[in-house]
Design a protein around this ligand. Structure first.
Ligand code: AGP
Length: 617
């Protein structure tokens, strides 16, 4: 998730665009750049690192201009570097473009453009856009309509998500913008026009904004905004008046980053799937650097992580074992590194991490490599230490996760693990696995529909908030489940612990009678997961044991399933394939934890004693 800004008007365009860009630095900050027309060509100034580094370069670069576009990057294709920083240009140097999103078919477009003589200077998918637009421009000096036409033709060939802003030396008083699955707003001033990825970036100058919609294309000047679709047909978009205060705006109007990030769950899953569902019942993992021989050679799998990332691995273990019909191990990174792990060249150690900087996880990787194991990082931050040192990287596309309590990143990790499990089946066509084509198709179809299912979970937010209010007075919580439901109870319990400071323990439901049932009494709340038909009958018995000891029972059931008689309350979640229910159920559990913590007046985004990235051992 990157940040885009632009400005057209009487102010210093570069300084205005950069000042606004700083309001978006939470969206991505591994490099930044700005472009503006000068006398002979489009001037592009970029720097690795934070926006302050770019400002330092600009001190020595004349940058008087009344039009500018700027960008702060969250790397998705190509590591964080000056050469991969936006804006990106074409061969002529007469256009520059900034982009937020993922061009799924960039590789084939890039090959086509290279074959026709275009020369690339970066590893990014964005640069493909600049050259594709150039390839559609007429020879000679194009006018604004021809530039607009070339952009629309190019975007019609693009598959994926984008919010773009483009300037051209041949239309120096204009900015061309478009959006598909990635936000872009236009701020309307008095004799000046602003553009940005998010409302906060324009609010200090104007509260009158147009929210572009998917498929919109717009030509901006300081005085005029013309909006069409990608075929040039005019489109009507009415401006709105923004009433947020500054703090609220940075959270898109949500009270906390955590709640904003819970609501970003569906987009996160969609972005993590993007470009990896190849159709015809197959998964593709472009950019994961193992050869077919290496993939087929892996005979043993160990999934390692900390906290939420470890919990994602526990779900991944169950899925891999079902798909591959071979044992899969999981390990807490801080234990793995001291366990003298017995590994060899046929072992794939999968390291799961949002930040890619967790000291214990890095240490686990460094303990595995000398033993001959191959290492695969499932990581959210491109260019992080884990991403750089692992033998291969499978990126989650959650964008920056600001809240210390991990939410959307967990959903992305489960999505990536599901794709990896399916891909591993594909790499061993001659092995007897547990995955029939029907199983694979069910999972792929389920993944395809998952973002919409998660959106439905979010629609129950009010009911969950109300239930949370009543639960906030309880002193102790058990999260009980069996199979996949036990795997998610670990993460659900952690969510409540870390932001509400309440004792919450995940336990295999069948184990309660072997001791922990002694703790159940009035005032103890039990969240009982009943989303797995194969174990529901036993789960009901376990919940009745709790009820008999006066525990409060909140049953989590699938739509259409019978409400357990012993339940004091119910959370109903949409139905999905059994292996995908952890992703579906977790959205409701994240909301439950959030609203219990809110009811208790806890500091949610930065819980006491915790850090977002635990870089100490
Ligand atoms: C989860 O809500 C916590 N923030 C914490 O458990 C976190 O998952 C753990 O520290 C691992 O971090 P990583 O994913 O960045 O490696």
């Amino acid at each position: 998730m990157c940040g885009i800004t632009g400005y057209l008007g009487p102010r210093s365009a570069v300084d205005t665009a950069l000042n606004n860009l700083k309001r978006l630095e939470y969206r991505g900050y591994d490099s930044a750049g700005v472009a503006y027309p000068n006398c002979t060509h489009v001037q592009v100034v970029r720097a690795a690192g934070k926006i302050a580094n770019l400002e330092g370069v600009l001190l020595a670069t004349p940058h008087a201009a009344n039009v500018a576009i700027a960008h702060t990057r969250w790397a998705t294709h190509g590591g964080p570097s000056e050469s991969n920083a936006h804006p990106h240009g074409d061969c002529s140097g007469r256009i520059a473009v900034v982009h937020n999103g993922i061009i799924e078919n960039y590789a084939s477009l890039r090959s086509e453009l290279v074959a026709s003589g275009h020369q690339f200077a970066s590893e990014t998918d964005t640069e493909v856009l600049a050259h594709l637009i150039e390839a559609n421009l007429p020879s000679g000096q194009p006018g604004p309509e021809e530039i607009a036409g070339a952009i629309r033709v190019a975007l019609r060939r693009v598959r994926g998500s984008y919010a773009i802003a483009l300037i051209s030396q041949d239309a120096p008083d204009m900015v061309f913008v478009a959006r598909q699955d990635s936000p872009l707003v236009i701020g309307i001033g008095d004799g000046e026009t602003f553009l940005a990825s998010d409302i906060p970036a324009v609010m200090r100058y104007t509260r009158k904004v147009i929210l572009l919609e998917d498929g919109d294309f717009a030509t901006l000047t300081s005085e005029r905004i013309g909006i069409t679709d990608l075929h040039g047909v005019p489109v009507l978009r009415f401006p709105i008046e923004v009433t947020w205060d500054d703090a609220a705006a940075e959270k898109d109007g949500y009270e906390h980053f955590m709640l904003k990030e819970i609501h970003e769950g569906p987009r996160t899953v969609r972005d993590t799937l993007r470009g990896r569902m190849a159709g015809k019942g197959r998964v593709e993992l472009p950019g994961v650097a193992f050869t077919p021989q290496e993939w087929a050679g892996f005979q043993r799998f160990v999934i390692v992580g900390c906290g939420t990332a470890y919990h994602a691995g526990v779900v991944g273990k169950r899925l891999f074992e079902q798909l591959l019909h071979r044992p899969v191990e999981t390990a807490v990174a801080s234990e793995f590194r001291y366990s003298e792990p017995i590994l060899d060249a046929q072992t794939l150690v999968i390291l799961v991490s949002q930040s890619g900087e967790t000291a214990d996880t890095l240490a686990a990787m460094r303990a595995a490599k000398p033993k001959g194991a191959k290492t695969l990082a499932i990581v959210n931050v491109v260019g992080s230490t884990l991403a750089r040192e692992a033998d291969a990287t499978l990126l989650t596309q959650a964008g920056p996760e600001i809240g210390v309590a991990s939410t959307k990143a967990y959903l992305a990790q489960l999505t990536a693990l599901t794709l990896l499990g399916l891909f591993l089946v594909q790499t061993r066509p001659c092995e007897p696995t547990g995955a029939t084509q029907e199983t694979i198709d069910t999972l792929l179809w389920g993944l395809h529909g998952l973002p919409a299912v998660l959106e439905r979970c979010l629609q129950d937010e009010a009911q969950i908030a109300s239930l949370a209010e009543s639960l906030a007075q309880h002193s102790s919580f058990f999260y009980l489940g069996r199979g996949y439901d036990y795997a998610i109870s670990l993460e659900a319990a952690l969510k409540l612990k870390e932001i509400s400071y309440l004792h919450a323990e995940a336990y295999p439901a069948g184990e309660m009678k072997h001791g922990p049932l002694a703790l159940v009494e009035s005032g103890v709340a039990v969240i009982g997961f009943c989303t797995q038909p194969i174990t529901n009958e036993k789960m009901l018995s376990n919940l009745k044991e709790v009820k008999a000891r006066e525990g409060t029972i909140i049953a989590v059931i699938r739509e259409g399933d019978r409400v357990p008689d012993c339940a004091d309350a119910v959370i109903t979640v949409p139905n999905a394939a059994a292996a995908l229910m952890p992703i579906v159920t977790m959205v409701s559990m994240q909301l439950l934890a959030y609203y219990v913590a809110k009811a208790r007046g806890c500091e949610i985004d930065q819980p006491r004693n915790l850090a977002k990235s635990v870089t100490v051992e």
